[in-house]
Every structure is written in C-alpha cells, then in structure tokens.
Design a protein around this ligand. Structure first.
Ligand SMILES: *Cc1c(COP(=O)(O)O)cnc(C)c1O
Length: 244
C-alpha cells in the first residue's frame, strides 16, 4: 500500500510541491522571509497510509480536525520520525479535550472558557503522565463576522479568553486563528484579521502566531501576516464523501 513509488505518492508529491511554490511566491510577494510561514498539511478524511506517504516525502506538520478520527489514525500510524507533529484544527467538544490534549502540539480552534478549562485539565494530566513534554499550544479562533454558529470568539471577548489561557499552567497561548467567511473577498477578511491581531499583540506580544489561509486563500493570508497556512484539498485532492 505504501510502496514509496506508488501513483498516489507521486500525486501527493506533485501537489505538495505546487503548494510549496505558491506559498514561497506569496511570501516573496509580501516581502517576508523565506520559510516564515509553516505549511500544515490537513489530512482529515484521508487514511493513515496517506500520512505515511507524506512523511516519506518529508512532511512533518499535519492538521487533523475530528476526534476520534485523529486518534484512530495516529494509532494506526504507529512510530513516526522525531519532530512529526499533529495539530487539532477543528471544533473540539469539551468531553474530547482530554484525548486531544494527549496528541496535539497545538489546538487552533479554542473559542470558549469551558474548552480552555477542559484542555488545561487534559494537558496537565498528559504532562504528569509523561504523554507530552511541553504544555499544549493554544490558538484562539476569532469570529470575523460575529456569527456565533460558525465558531470563534467574538472580538470583544478575546482579551478575557486570552487572559484565561495565560493563567493555565498546562497551556501556552501562541496566537490567533481565523477562517475567512465565504462572503466578501479573502483579502478584506485577512486585512480585518491583521487589524484584530495588532491589538491582541499589544497585550500578548509573545503570542505571535497567526493560523490563517487554506487552499483557496493562502495568498491573501500570507499578505496579511499569516504564520501558518492549513492546506487540505490542494494537496490531498477532494475529500471523500464517506465518513470513517
Ligand atoms: C479542512 C480544513 C482546512 C483545509 O481546507 P482546504 O480548503 O481543504 O485547504 C483548513 N482549516 C480548517 C479549520 C479545516 O477544517
């Protein structure tokens, strides 16, 4: 299945190289330093074999968006090279927070008090048990359009939530995350993101990561300061319709 020269591996290699080229071009166009934006490959809905193929191609940073899919995939994957990391980028139910705290480097989608508490408990337990060596990274997902159904903390509630994360010993506040709403242009939403981030950085200068940009809007995100793009479709192909 994971023959290193199989057709799927070649396809992933081609797509990954094309996205790297797009990313480097966007970084250069923005006058930023090469390598200043992490490419997180989003493998949700795709099997552990694809993760293996990507590891073979040198990919080390992955994003997953659903539990228990992520935990199952990691178990199936087994041993992996040192430095391979998985981030949680999707909505986390509080009751799954303990599990996520066991495997994630960083959770990109933290948007409420209850989840902060649950992740902190989970991360502290994982640290005590030796299941992780560093505190769990936290990115606060900000709602750009104020629509409460789509996840994300409202801009006016961001300072309080940030202070709450800072107070938790199991967590490290690393920055912000956004998903651009579909209406309007990505450029406008990413410009708005940059504005919100400027205010946030005054209070939390060390939390300077910005997870923004996906397959369709990574250029706009990089132009406005993204430090991590989360790319699924452009590398993996269309997501399968079946859920597993
Ligand atoms: C699936 C997903 C992505 C990747 O989106 P693509 O458009 O497939 O690149 C990025 N971020 C989040 C939160 C996701 O759930």
């Amino acid at each position: 299945m994971t023959d290193e020269a199989d057709e799927r591996t070649r396809e992933l290699a081609r797509h990954h190289a094309a996205v790297r080229d797009r990313l480097e071009a966007a970084i250069a166009a923005a006058g930023r330093s090469p390598g200043s934006v992490e490419l997180l490959v989003v493998t949700k809905f795709f099997p552990a074999d694809d993760v293996r193929r990507l590891i073979h191609l040198g990919v080390r940073e992955f994003g997953e968006s659903r539990e228990p899919e992520a935990s199952r995939k990691l178990a199936e994957l087994g041993d992996r090279p040192a430095g391979t990391v998985f981030d949680m980028i999707g909505t986390v139910q509080s009751k799954k927070a303990g599990t996520v705290a066991g495997w994630a480097r960083t959770v990109h989608s933290v948007d409420r008090d209850k989840l902060v508490d649950a992740l902190s408990r989970g991360a502290t337990a994982a640290l005590d048990a030796g299941a992780r060596t560093d505190p769990l990274g936290v990115l606060l997902q900000v709602s750009l359009d104020g629509d409460p159904h789509r996840g994300g903390v409202l801009v006016e509630d961001l300072p309080e939530l940030a202070n709450r994360v800072v107070a938790e010993p199991g967590l490290t506040l690393r920055g912000l995350m956004v998903i651009a709403p579909l209406d309007g242009t990505a450029d406008r939403w990413m410009a708005r993101t940059a504005e919100i981030r400027e205010g946030f950085l005054r209070d939390h200068p060390e939390a300077d990561e910005l997870s923004a940009g996906m397959s369709g809007d990574l250029e706009a995100a990089v132009a406005h300061g993204s430090t991590c793009v989360r790319v699924g479709t452009a590398i993996m192909g269309p997501r399968p319709l079946i859920s597993h």
